[in-house]
Design a protein around this ligand. Sequence first.
Ligand code: CAA
Length: 286
Amino acid sequence: MADIQLIGVVGCGLMGSGIAQVAAQSGYEVIVREVNQELLDAGMKRIKAVLDKDVAKGKINQEDYHATISRLHPTIELEPMADADIIIEVIVEQIAAKRELFAALDRICKPQTIFATNTSSLPVTEVAAATKRPDRVAGLHFFNPVPVMKLVELVRALSTSQETLFTLQQFGERLGKTVVQAQDTPGFIVNRLLVPYLLDAIRCFGEGLASREDIDNGMKLGASHPMGPLTLSDFIGLDTLYYVANVLFDEYKESRFAPPPLLRRMVLAGMLGKKAGKGFYDYPQA
Ligand code: CAA
């Protein structure tokens, strides 16, 4: 098996910072790249805030804190990625941007470097095809909040080799995650099952079946879900949910993936959920 020591994380937003943190906490040296200093500083600040809380709660000690921070190497350049063993891409969900990034990484990285995309909606096979190493590209889909969620979906593009899958499986497990493998089909496992459920909950609410609280409590207390579907939709972001639903609907053409009119109108109104301060619920602190 490949000897994995140096990890690259390209993109340090909510998901990228979580992945970089978990990788550093698992003992890897991690190069973290953002496109400008402001975004990089914001991402590093987010990581430190989560680690600070962990120290305050006694989950980690000061020594762990400093060791984790010392393993994180922030940069706004792409070149430091050249020697990485695995690079995880966590940039915007736009195929052109991802293909451009992977083609650039392909030119500068050593031939053995494995590329993984955290995409939740785009074809991993199309991303892989932008490189001259499509056998060494796969999907590695994490869940928000990354430090808490125990799952990673390992997605096999049509071109991904068995060796690449094996290395990424081991890597995911070393991060403390349970790794499930899926073929490169829209939504993989989790979003394919989760998104129709969330859309159905929005339909139920829109049709007046019950109040938002009763719908959420129904699934929280009746099915032991940590969050009800409307709270979870707000948490994911209604724009993100709308976007992923459209991708699934475009590919499968099945009505269960069709975003309900209420969701579209909430997005048009800027009611994007928790991050916007307003969605199905109000979030005064956001
Ligand atoms: N970063 C790090 N740790 C966090 C965190 C974050 N952003 N948010 C919460 N936590 C930690 C808390 O510090 C707390 O830790 P301790 O138990 O050690 O104190 C723990 O998680 C529980 O947090 P809270 O007590 O504040 O709240 P909670 O019990 O309601 O848990 C939750 C919060 C973990 C988010 C939980 O509600 C949950 O699991 N919700 C469902 C989340 C989910 O389904 N995510 C997947 C979304 S889909 C997706 O990501 C894929 C996609 O492609 C769209």
